[in-house]
Write a new protein. Structure first.
Length: 324
């Protein structure tokens, strides 16, 4: 049942992408803001309570609805509920249009347009960024976006669904990722409301996200290694993962670099790996070739092969459960 829900969600998301403005991001943002205003008292006890309510309560509701639908309506209604939650939490189309636009601009030699599209995607950047750095940024952001929007959601969903918790895993991962940004606010004189997010709340949110993301990040890295250049990906994972300021992101990016033989990190890495930091990091680059436009095609192939591998694996596990 979970495999069918996941397959249908991926197909539906490709055919009819969800609207970001009307989706779970907006609703959860309002819920997170209310909890921050209500419970952020500046100490870790209240911060953990706020985080638990922000993420735990929606997950508990998802499990309860799943059980009620299964009990009163059977597996079909429960599967449709999982499909609805997955449709709201995962998908390539949440970031792929940014990737496609930048790739097309680079392919036609319009570096200025590529820089502008990258700025719209990820915020402020060097207006004189060279072509290799544009490609480096796109690969880094795409690898992390694929992990946060697709592979991490699939990983947690598959594990908790196997335990009878329905789509709670998908919500757990996605809401934790959203909260790590919503409550990581750098105080600014121009934004009085942002300054109300205490350091304790930011610390708790970052810690919780690192714990939730620990296993999925390594599963994503392993997937990239299996469908890419395995030996180089594993070697980069071992040698270069600690070059990045965020440990989990470092694992994903190092494996990506080795899998497609591209140099990542260095001065080109900014916002993608600094979700828990208040400053832009400067990190050591990985080994590999200088980024080229051809690497973007390699990145697309890497991600899609990993998706196919996940789906085949889940299909075999589902079949084994049915036959067993």
């Amino acid at each position: 049942m979970s495999f069918i829900a996941l397959l249908l969600a991926l197909l539906l998301e490709q055919a009819r992408p969800p609207s970001a403005s009307a989706g779970i991001d907006k609703l959860f943002g309002q819920w997170a803001d209310w909890l921050r205003h209500t419970l952020d008292a500046g100490d870790q006890r209240h911060a953990w309570t706020a985080w638990g309510l922000a993420v735990g309560l929606p997950c508990a509701v998802a499990v309860l609805v799943h059980w009620l639908l299964w009990w009163f309506g059977g597996w079909l209604l429960a599967m449709l509920w999982s499909l609805a939650v997955l449709y709201a939490t995962l998908g390539f189309r949440r970031f792929s249009h940014h990737f496609t636009g930048i790739r097309d601009a680079l392919s036609t030699g319009d570096d200025d347009l590529a820089r502008e599209l990258l700025r719209q995607w990820q915020g402020e950047l060097d207006p004189h960024m060279p072509r290799t750095e544009i490609v480096r940024h796109v690969i880094e952001h795409s690898a992390l976006s694929a992990h946060r929007h697709v592979f991490g959601v699939i990983a947690w969903f598959s594990v908790l669904a196997a335990l009878g918790l329905g789509p709670a895993g998908a919500l757990l991962f996605r809401l934790s990722a959203l909260l790590s940004k919503a409550w990581r606010v750098v105080p600014s004189a121009l934004d009085v409301d942002a300054a109300q997010c205490s350091s304790a709340l930011q610390l708790v949110t970052t810690t919780a996200w690192q714990r939730v993301d620990w296993a999925p990040a390594r599963m994503t890295a392993l997937s990239f290694a299996v469908v890419g250049n395995f030996e180089d990906a594993v070697d980069a994972w071992r040698q270069d993962a600690n070059h990045f300021p965020n440990a989990n992101d470092g694992v994903v990016l190092a494996a990506t670099a080795g899998a497609i033989n591209v140099r990542l990190g260095g001065v080109g890495l900014r916002q993608a790996v600094s979700d828990s930091l208040d400053t832009d990091p400067v990190v050591e680059p990985t080994s590999g070739r200088e980024p080229e436009v051809a690497h973007l095609r390699s990145m697309v192939g890497l991600v899609w092969r990993a998706v196919v591998m996940w789906m085949v694996l889940l299909a075999l596990l589902s079949l084994a459960r049915l036959l067993g």
